[in-house]
Design a protein around this ligand. Sequence first.
Ligand SMILES: *Cc1c(COP(=O)(O)O)cnc(C)c1O
Length: 369
Amino acid sequence: MVELGEFERQLANGVKKLKPYQPGKPIETLQRELNLSTVTKLASNENPLGASPNVAQAIKRAASEIYRYPDGNGFKLKEALVAYYEQEIEPANITLGNGSNDVLELIARAFLNPGDHAVYSQHAFAVYALACQAVGAKATVVPAKKWGHDLDGMLKAITPHTKVVFLANPNNPTGTWFDSKAWEAFIANVPNNVLVVLDEAYAEYISEEEYPHGPNYLKRYRNLIVCRTFSKAYGLAGLRVGYSLSSLEIADYLNRVRQPFNVNAIALEAAVAALEDQHFLDRSCELNNHGLEELASELHAMELSFIPSVANFLCVNLHRYAEPIYEKLLQAGVIVRPVANYGMPHFLRVSVGSSKDNMRFIKALRKIL
Ligand SMILES: *Cc1c(COP(=O)(O)O)cnc(C)c1O
């Protein structure tokens, strides 16, 4: 028998009000629930091309070694990342994580005490709030500007008690981004004892000239932590690998709270293989740009507006509660992401898929509306 509340008094403070992260519905779950044979999932910003074929080979090789513990220092992957960043960083600047989600939590754990202050934006990636709440930190949620981060507002929200500011560029779920000029004006004015976490989960997709690539600012700002992931453009979401780049000192602190083997042996090898296939990345970006245009023109034709996005997803404005439409899309075998929990109850976030998947979504949505 389940006794609810039996141990509530024993809970750590931050955990009491914590609501678990809501992931996109898995394909198999919907297939089971509705007995559907084909399901299209455009709910978790996954790469419709999958991963580089090199990755499958690397996994096969790594599979015969899984009885051994992984390299807890991730030597090979760090060397591959140093080469990727053309020796601008050292291995000791890198902290590997079980997804960049892990790194975000390491940051909160290493730097935030109960009652400490953090800053992030309205409609920002949900993990910042979760990571802060779990350690009992307080946060100021700065109102968004045109759905994106209001960097001036975020600067003003920094107090003498602020320890960490979280930024997503581009942001998920809105797809909005800030340019070099706005970023430089921001970071130059953040007190240098405040940590700035720049989450660039979608950086590899971005071709805008004015996009400020975080790694370029590490030398100048020792309070900067740049987070990146293999989950999105590299297509390794299921393996869980991400990393941060930071000063040696910050990397040392993060390393103290990191689980000794937080990235598994298969993921380490797969990430090295993924990094080496830049051709796959180029194809992924090309397909994504094409898909964004395709979705945009179809939505225009349906007279639906959406938030302009530079990432591999976009938020469609339905001008009414989106939940019932989300449910009807599920019935039609299409999984997208409701974003009411982001304070956007009239929007649905749709990931850019293959042309076939995009059109299945568009056709289903047209029929429903
Ligand atoms: C997807 C995502 C992440 C986390 O991805 P991982 O799979 O944990 O690496 C981090 N930040 C943003 C903004 C994301 O959209």
